[in-house]
Design a protein around this ligand. Structure first.
Ligand code: ATP
Ligand code: MG
Length: 572
């Protein structure tokens, strides 16, 4: 998948994009023949939630490196914590990666597939005197560990005989003991400067049911033990993870070097993606879903890939965005406006232009015959000469946008007002002659006349009409609902320390317009397809759509604040 061809940057720049530090490293490794000239990466989600745009960065990186260097990328479910994991999450993760355009072929693995092998290696460590069964509880382990400035103290069980540890470990596995009674710990160095090396846990007892292994296991391996060894089992060469695992790398190497593995993986850390106006921690996303603040994991306001798909994001826009932000070694926060900019660029190139009235007001053309219908040809996409046209019926009664009419119009008002002439896009010039009100005094209808000479919206005599409005023929209108989404949070940094998530929610992040009128073409647009509502932005058909009611989500408005900003920043 290479959508960068479409971006203007891609077209104009003769120089190839500079390599990021991971590409440089991989090229160096290949040149030096490390890992036998192989490149093998993996994407290792924990199936405890839905994937989000941050994961997309990792997916693009891992699958991208494999693609660019003739390697392979595995999908590995890092399912070592039975408590929060769920097969429904597994399915959603598969769907989202496929949607992004990546294929792991027959290489779908689960850390739980390796439980037997991992256990064998744990036994190996005990035999070698490099692991022991400990009886300290959680609190004691923390106390014994010491602090950053103070060395830890050895556990009283640290030197227990190998045979005793082996026996206890086996009985832990059989389920003989209650949770917390024993742990298996690596015997490394209680005075290590790196706290992760102070006899870290390998196994703990958990009487839980795992979604794949059932109740077969009563002990579960810790991430630090399972992850590196899973990498080794799969022959991973480059294990790419986010920066918060930097301190874990020493331990990663220790396990790989002290277990009899046949393949040696290496861990490299990169900066995670952070975005303004949203949250990305799974714990927080889960909270929003479980407390009913949003409508589910695929709520179009969430940065989950399922939510973004429903919102109308395209995999191409996400690919261009990931390419643009690159991969760095230090953390930063990216403006949401940049992501939206790439989305607009993509939709602008592909979305068909249609007319939909979100807040309808009746407009009657008094000098137009009642039984007449004309069909105009509407341009599908002015950006794409090959996109063609579609049919647009016109008749005496139309819907126009209520906001396009003002009775006491200011001087520079180029839309409808008593006595003013405007262009109805693709159709005719009309002049507002009369305003009809109900008994409450509200405007309910505009009476207009049209100029038959202005057919197709062309000026018959060179007279200028500044305003061009969208409209829908009332007789042909398709009823629909528009869901106008905006940011879930008013704050740019809702994840910042000391902020309560719920206090920075925008109560107007979803505004529903239940009675919109759309041109008939919209009856044929399929779920997931994107269109541009003339003057309103990009919309996508929501899965809630049915025969009676078509539902459209606003993906993003037309105004590109990022492009504007870039223009301003450009010299000259
Ligand atoms: P949590 O939010 O619970 O800490 P996680 O984000 O670590 O979860 P995982 O399922 O463990 O979720 O992540 C799978 C992979 O995606 C990991 O390799 C992780 O480093 C990467 N990843 C997660 N979040 C981001 C992010 N914001 N940017 C880049 N990569 C990410
Ligand atoms: Mg994680």
């Amino acid at each position: 998948m290479n959508s960068s061809d479409r971006s203007p940057e891609g077209l104009n720049s003769p120089e190839p994009k500079p390599k990021n530090f991971i590409q440089e490293m991989v090229e160096r490794d290949l040149a030096e023949g490390r890992s036998g000239g192989r490149v093998h990466t993996r994407f290792p989600p924990e199936p405890n939630g839905y994937l989000h745009i941050g994961h997309a960065k990792s997916i693009h990186l891992n699958f991208g490196i494999a693609r660019d260097y003739g390697g392979k990328c595995n999908l590995r479910f890092d399912d070592t914590n039975p408590l929060n994991e769920d097969p429904a999450f597994v399915e959603s993760i598969r769907r989202d990666i496929r949607w992004l355009g990546f294929d792991w072929e027959d290489r779908e693995f689960h850390a739980s597939d390796y439980y037997d092998q991992l256990y064998e290696w744990a036994v190996h460590l005990v035999r070698e005197g490099k692991a022991y069964v400990c009886e300290l509880d959680e609190k004691e382990i923390r106390e014994y560990r010491g602090t950053v400035t103070e060395a830890g103290r050895p556990s009283p069980w640290r030197d227990r005989p190998v045979e005793e540890s082996l026996d206890l470990l086996e009985r832990m596995r059989q389920g003989e003991f209650e949770e917390g009674r024993y742990t298996l710990r690596a015997k490394i160095d209680m005075a290590a400067a790196n706290m992760k090396m102070r006899d870290p846990l390998i196994y703990r007892i958990r009487h839980a049911v795992h979604h794949r292994t059932g109740d077969r296991w009563k002990i579960y391996p810790m991430y630090d033990f399972a992850h590196c060894l899973s990498d080794a089992i799969e022959g991973i060469t480059h294990s790419l993870c986010t920066l918060e695992f930097k301190d874990n790398r020493e331990l990663y190497d220790w396990f790989v070097e002290n277990c009899p593995v046949s393949s040696r993986p290496y861990q490299t850390e990169f900066a995670r993606l952070n975005l303004t106006h949203t949250v990305m921690s799974k714990r927080k996303l889960k909270r929003l879903v479980e407390e009913g603040i949003v409508e589910g994991w695929d709520d179009p306001r969430l940065p989950t890939l399922s939510g973004m798909r429903r919102r109308g994001y395209t995999p191409e826009a996400i690919a261009t965005f990931c390419d643009r932000i690159g991969v760095a070694r230090t953390d930063s926060v990216i403006e949401l406006a940049l992501l939206e900019h790439h989305l607009r660029e993509d939709l602008n190139a592909r979305a068909l232009r249609v007319m939909t009235v979100l807040d309808p007001l009746k407009l009657v053309i008094t000098n137009y015959p009642e039984d007449r219908t004309e069909v105009f040809q509407a341009l599908n996409n002015p950006e794409d000469p090959d996109a063609g046209t579609h049919e647009l019926p016109f008749s005496r009664e139309l819907w126009v946008e209520r906001g396009d009419f003002r009775e006491d119009a200011p001087r520079k008002w180029f839309r409808l007002a008593p006595g003013k002439e405007v262009r109805l896009k693709f159709a005719y010039f009309v002049t507002c002659e009369e305003v009809i009100r109900n008994e409450k005094g509200e405007v309910i209808e505009l009476r207009c006349t049209y100029d038959p000479q202005s057919r197709g919206g062309q000026s018959p005599d060179g007279r200028k009409v500044k305003g061009t409005l969208h409209w829908v023929s009332a007789r042909h209108a398709v009823e629909c609902e528009a869901r106008l989404y905006s940011n879930l949070f008013t704050e740019a940094h809702p994840e910042a320390e000391g902020k309560d998530l719920l206090e920075c929610l925008d109560p107007h992040s979803l505004e529903i317009r239940p009675h919109c009128k759309a041109e008939p073409y919209l009856a044929s647009v399929a779920v997931g397809e994107s269109v541009q509502f003339f003057r309103h932005g990009y919309f996508v058909v929501d899965p809630d759509t049915n025969e009676e009611r078509r539902v459209f989500n606003r993906t993003v408005g037309l105004r590109d604040s990022w492009a504007k900003l870039e223009k301003k920043l450009q010299p000259g």
